[in-house]
Write a protein that binds this ligand. Structure first.
Ligand SMILES: [Zn+2]
Ligand SMILES: [Zn+2]
Length: 234
């Protein structure tokens, strides 16, 4: 766990493609964005203990999109925290286990290290523990102190989250820093035109800190980094 800014904690591990989740603390309440890979949510629970908090202090959970790496701990964490689960309508039935995430090509397009994840989507394995979504999020909604941004492209219901007071952006899989910095994993971006528009929107925020779905957060020169990724994307 790393404190990225006042009240902003990044949680990550090597599994799920160095997947990351984010805990947001305001006025004694915690909001969780994504749930890492492990299906028991243990890393999130460890983080809560280290913060001296109880599972019940988590008041809401949001999912950026319905890909397995981000959904691992969701069902267990919902059970333990009692927090309502939020997602975009397009992703909600994937999260609930009623529809599988769309497969992507299994051909190498960027890095051989991504092949297991491409294959995982293709085979729909490993599955996540299905979990009902309680609240649907739309662009402009509030999620705790965060503003919800609907930034499709990586997937149709892909969400990012923006905390203006901290200039902190959770870019989801719109940007990755593992295995290297890129505008999302190329093979996984389902709609390139939408993704290009979404990147431009993320760049316009001029974020100071950018948390990403895969890899470490961007903590220096973040606005320039996102601008460059948006401009270079084609
Ligand atoms: Zn994804
Ligand atoms: Zn992902």
């Amino acid at each position: 766990m790393i404190e990225l800014a006042d009240g902003v904690y990044g949680l990550g591990h090597g599994k799920g493609g160095h997947v990351h989740a984010f805990l947001i603390e305001t006025a004694g309440e915690l909001s969780l964005v994504d749930t890492l890979f492990e299906d028991d949510g243990r890393l999130v629970l460890d983080a809560l203990r280290r913060l001296g908090r109880q599972p019940g202090d988590v008041k809401r959970i949001a999912i950026t999109h319905g890909h397995r790496s981000h959904l691992g701990g969701l069902a267990a964490l919902k059970r333990l925290t009692g927090a309502p689960v939020h997602a975009h309508a397009w992703e909600a039935d994937i999260v609930a286990g009623d529809r599988r995430a769309q497969a992507v090509s299994i051909l190498p397009q960027q890095s051989l290290r991504l092949i297991p994840f491409q294959l995982g989507l293709w085979l729909d394995r490993p599955r996540h523990a299905a979990c009902a979504v309680d609240e649907l999020l739309r662009d402009g909604d509030a999620f705790g102190p965060l503003q919800v941004l609907h930034v499709p492209g990586h997937s149709p219901g892909h969400l990012a989250f923006w905390w203006p007071e901290r200039r902190f952006l959770i870019a989801g899989d719109g940007i990755a820093t593992w295995p290297k910095l890129c505008a999302g994993w190329k093979a996984f971006n389902l709609n390139h035109l939408q993704h290009k528009t979404s990147l431009a929107r993320l760049a316009s925020l001029d974020a100071a800190i950018v948390g990403v779905g895969h890899g470490d957060a961007v903590t220096s020169g973040a606005a320039d980094v996102v601008h460059a990724l948006a401009e270079e994307f084609h």
